[in-house]
Design a protein around this ligand. Structure first.
Ligand SMILES: O=P(O)(O)OC[C@H]1O[C@](O)(COP(=O)(O)O)[C@@H](O)[C@@H]1O
Length: 341
């Protein structure tokens, strides 16, 4: 393992002004997104949509540091035969790959999930590296509800995250470690804080036990935020203040960067929260975005599956990427959204 090189890539993924495009929706998730805009989820439509994003010159060259791909996408070529992964490289962004294989019910723990995909991962990583992937992603899902999460669910998911991360580093690939505490439910921000603290603490304990080099990884956490159905929605300032406090207690400064998931926040909320956190600096790690929905909802709507809307989709994507790029430096203002509208 060349740790200097892993560290260099991890730092490039979270460089101020840029963040990660999570375009790794699994087949089920992309179908849901396409259903919402009335587009059939065929292999060609998925390819055309992602080609539109990766050819968005302004977004990709100025505000996107890396792109997380799904297995299907990393092997796809565009109509002229160019691999999609090459479009990403040509823009200056780093290609990455989602390597988990989704979740399964966790035995003995009703309502809880464990992420799977460790079998044969070492061999898969080798092939992904040859194809150009320089980082990977694995997502654990932790739900908050009555009596959950259990310590069992937290432990097994943290163990799998660390197993995955160690295998990635051995294959010279930077692991994005993503333990997501879901926003679903009526819990308040303090319950989210407390659960996320347990999850992150256990995750870092496992990473240490399994000898993962913290300098060669990126953390992708949720923010400390109110459940979607909570009657009291915390303000932008409260989310920022509690998230930064939480991360400072759990994430060692040796970690080069933290890139948030958006988790169902609205586009503008996700941007405002990241921006507000940068007002609380200096921070010990790079802090940026790794958004799926909060970067793609607008371009998906503008595109709506029509070739004549490609330019409109790219404009919408570039706008969101620029807004989040500014937020990653604490330079975003809500007036910039209105101007673009
Ligand atoms: O359930 P799936 O298909 O694996 O996708 C989950 C999505 O969650 C993410 O981890 C974060 O996405 P969001 O920003 O939309 O929450 C993406 O990288 C990924 O596409």
């Amino acid at each position: 393992m060349n740790l200097t090189e892993l560290n260099r890539i991890a730092a490039a993924m979270v460089v101020p002004g840029k963040g990660i495009l999570a375009a790794d929706e699994s087949s089920g998730t992309i179908k849901k997104r396409f259903d919402a805009i009335g587009v059939e989820s065929t292999e060609t439509n998925r390819r055309d949509y992602r080609e539109m994003l990766f050819r968005s010159k302004e977004a990709m060259s100025q505000y996107i540091s890396g792109v997380i791909l799904y297995d299907e996408t990393i092997w796809q070529n565009v109509a002229d035969g160019t691999p999609l992964v090459k479009l990403i490289e040509q823009s200056g962004a780093i290609p990455g790959i989602k390597v988990d294989e989704g979740t399964q019910a966790l035995p003995m723990c009703p309502g809880e999930l464990v992420t799977v995909g460790l079998d044969k991962l070492a061999e898969r990583l080798k092939k992904y590296y040859e194809r150009g992937a320089r980082f990977a992603k694995w997502r654990a899902v932790i739900d908050i509800g009555s009596g959950i999460p259990s310590m069992t669910a937290i432990s097994v998911n943290a163990h799998a995250l660390a197993r995955y991360a160690a295998l990635c580093q051995a294959a010279q690939i930077v692991p994005i470690v993503e333990p997501e505490v879901l926003m679903d439910g009526d819990h308040d921000i303090d319950r989210c804080y407390e659960v996320t603290q347990r999850v992150l603490s256990k995750t870092f304990q496992e990473l240490r036990v399994q000898r993962v080099a913290l300098e060669g990884m990126v953390l992708k956490p949720n923010m400390a935020i109110s459940g979607k159905k909570c009657a009291r929605q915390a303000s932008v300032e409260e989310v920022a203040e509690k998230t930064v406090r939480l991360l400072k207690t759990c994430v060692p400064a040796a970690v080069p960067g933290i890139a948030f998931l958006s988790g169902g926040q609205s586009d503008e909320e996700a941007t405002a929260h990241l921006n507000a956190m940068h007002k609380l600096g200096p921070l010990p790690w790079g802090l940026t975005f790794s958004y799926g929905r909060a970067l793609q909802a607008a371009p998906q709507k503008a595109w709506s599956g029509k070739a004549e809307n490609v330019a409109a989709g790219q404009t919408a994507f570039s706008h969101r990427a620029r807004m989040n790029g500014l937020a990653s430096k604490g330079e975003w203002q809500s007036s910039l959204e209105k101007k673009a509208a």
